[in-house]
Design a protein around this ligand. Sequence first.
Ligand code: ZN
Length: 226
Amino acid sequence: MLNSLLHLFYPNLCITCNNSLVGNEKHLCLGCRLQLPETNFHLEKENQVEKTFWGRIPVERAFAFLYFNQAGLTQQLLHQLKYKGNEELADFLGVIYGQKLIQTIETNHIDGIIAVPLHVSKLRKRGYNQSLAFANGLSKSLKLTNYSNVISRKTATQTQTKKTRIERWQNVTSIFSVTEPEKLENKHILLVDDVITTGATLESCAKAIKDHCNCLLSVASIAYVN
Ligand SMILES: [Zn+2]
């Protein structure tokens, strides 16, 4: 009753087309949901995201929910996540993507999930980590243990000037630190980021994890820029 009264005064609108949401629709109307540019990479072995990591880090599977295209639906969604603080939407996207991923056999073998951490300064500015909110949604659908707190992002990169070339390289590649790596030992972990472009952040994060423990990694993101 209260809900429908509230709805009368503050109607729920689709975040992309502004039409009123009806029935069980959340965040997006059915029309917009059907128009999402899904990659379906989870159904395709040796897909574009997997190829991105070839020769860089060993990943079991890699997939992204949506293609990113300028001025498209994905950009509108990411704008909501980054600038409107829409944490619920990030979680929701994780839930609906997880419902699709569960249909592939390989996801049964995944034990846990880790979201790529944000810089503390960015976290303060944005208020939340959208990769973590997306990972929370995924873990609800895929029933995964969330190990996101075993990895952190070092706050300040030390000054580069007094370092040798090799030290500088090490400084950039080890921006992540892993605490309690024993928790990940012999597990298959799904590493989650918001957007994959070059894959450099995920590569660096994956290397930090692989340096500390013997585990398998797969990779997932909300969007893929091709
Ligand atoms: Zn809509």
